[in-house]
Design a protein around this ligand. Structure first.
Ligand code: PLP
Length: 449
């Protein structure tokens, strides 16, 4: 399996597919970005679902973690075909996916029964209580089996959940330093704690600037030959294939689970920002897993919603909202979304819709999710709960829950009128002392390049 740049012209792509040259999965993981600035996309999407659709009994006998590890291994092996990671796919998935990803059916006595059943896919049972743990842990495990030529330096700019997940995943990994850059004073208190609780091989830099400034510093470092001579540079941002591919695993497993139960393809409603999670769902559907409509639930940042409405895409200034991990004006995986549909707007919107949820609606959705389903949801999940209400028809609806509400307690607790219990792993982190350095943009740049 070869990976090509999303910016190749159609003709160049055809030529590249026929040739011997090209980059495999392992190399794409390490390089991060194609040399023309495009994103790596697979030359084709493999059909991985067929064998699983014929293995109902053996699938249903597996535990939740085993399902994710085994289905994950077959997905990863297909994308890593011809790379050294193909043979180690199962051990990487066993190491990375060591927590449950439960699919819960929601029941209600307060709302008139809908035509379909409603499920919550809880992606927040990992060490830092957000779905970013899946991709970050996979990336760390996969790099763990690739021998480093030089000391590794993992760089990540974060506006909230990514940095903590990457820190946790690479904590104490040999030959590896991690630098997390975050905008000082612009992440929630508990998110900041998660970024700064590590020490050892993890450095947290609070930058006097915005998230975009942090990203610019990282880009400048990634472009520096001088730095590359000293270290093997790894970027752990949202466009990394090492985060994207593993995120397709939980869609595959949940859709199989519901297909064996109902005989129907499921619909997924996904809180979306940079589109890494939702493009992964589209990849799972393209692999043949029984997935019907995909609903992208955005907050007030409307770039993608407007594209689906008008066929025109324009990047926007970022708007700050309650669902801060989705505050993205210019989603970095949009190029991958276009690539999946060959840039064809009509094809893109044939089985995917996008909707925008305001802060007022997020608050109302947190209240109604608790009242109607006894679920305390985070502001991101609340966007998807709201969007799910618009769906009709019999196919099961799965709302994707991207973070634990305890990370956003200052918003959620007053709305549900009670304290949220903090998951044990998160409570452990919140107790640790913070280790952080305050740097100006110029100081950060001069330390790196
Ligand atoms: C990152 C994040 C999102 C957005 O995911 P994308 O892949 O960027 O679309 C949604 N919810 C939470 C809690 C997140 O941390």
């Amino acid at each position: 399996m070869k990976f090509l740049s999303s910016r190749l012209s159609k003709e160049d792509r055809v030529k590249a597919q026929g040739s011997q040259s090209g980059i495999d999965f392992q190399e794409a993981l390490i390089r991060g970005l194609a040399s023309d600035g495009g994103l790596f996309v697979p030359e084709k999407i493999p059909n991985v679902a067929s064998p699983w659709l014929n293995q109902k009994e053996s699938f249903l006998h597996l535990t939740n973690q085993e399902k994710h590890q085994r289905v994950g291994a077959s997905i990863v092996a297909a994308f890593a075909e011809g790379s050294s990671l193909q043979k180690t796919a199962l051990s990487i998935c066993v190491d990375a996916l060591n927590f449950d990803i439960p699919l819960k059916e929601l029941s209600t006595s307060t709302v008139a029964t809908a035509e379909h059943s409603l499920y919550l896919l809880e992606l927040f049972h990992g060490p830092t209580a957000a779905f970013k743990d899946v991709g970050a842990r996979f990336l760390a495990s996969a790099l763990g089996v690739v021998k480093a030529e030089k000391p590794r330096l993992v760089l990540v700019a974060t506006s909230g959940d990514t940095g903590g997940a990457v820190a946790g995943a690479f904590f104490k990994k040999p030959m590896t330093e991690v630098i997390i850059l975050f905008p000082k004073g612009r992440v929630s208190e508990r998110q900041e704690k998660q970024l700064c609780a590590w020490g050892e091989n993890i450095q947290a830099w609070a930058i006097e600037g915005s998230f975009d400034d942090c990203q610019r510093v990282v880009k400048q470092a990634l472009a520096s030959q001088k730095l590359r001579e000293k270290v093997e540079l790894i970027s752990a941002n949202s466009i990394s294939l090492g985060r994207l591919i593993p995120q397709s695993i939980y869609y595959a497993v949940a859709s199989l689970e519901l297909f064996f139960k109902t005989g129907l393809s499921s619909r997924f409603v996904i809180p979306s920002g940079n589109l890494g999670n939702s493009v992964a769902a589209m990849v799972a559907r393209a692999m043949g897993f029984p997935i019907g409509q995909i609903v992208l639930a955005h907050n007030a940042n409307r770039a993608v919603v407007d594209y689906f409405e008008t066929g025109r895409y324009e990047k926007r200034e970022t708007i700050a909202t309650h669902a801060n991990a989705m505050d993205v004006g210019q989603p970095s995986n949009f190029e991958r979304l276009l690539d999946l549909f060959g840039g064809d707007w009509n094809l893109a919107k044939s089985n995917t819709v996008a909707t925008s949820v305001s802060d007022k609606e997020i608050e109302a959705s947190i209240v109604s999710s608790f009242r109607d389903y006894q679920q305390v949801v985070c502001p991101h999940t609340a966007c998807a709960m709201k969007a799910a209400k618009l769906l009709k028809g019999a196919a099961p609806v799965v709302v994707v829950s991207t973070a634990h509400a305890a990370k956003f307690e200052s918003l959620v607790e007053p709305l549900v009128g009670g304290k949220i219990q903090v998951p044990a792993a998160l409570a452990e982190l919140l107790k640790r002392p913070s280790q952080v350095e305050m740097l100006s943009i110029a100081e950060a740049v001069s330390r790196l390049v």
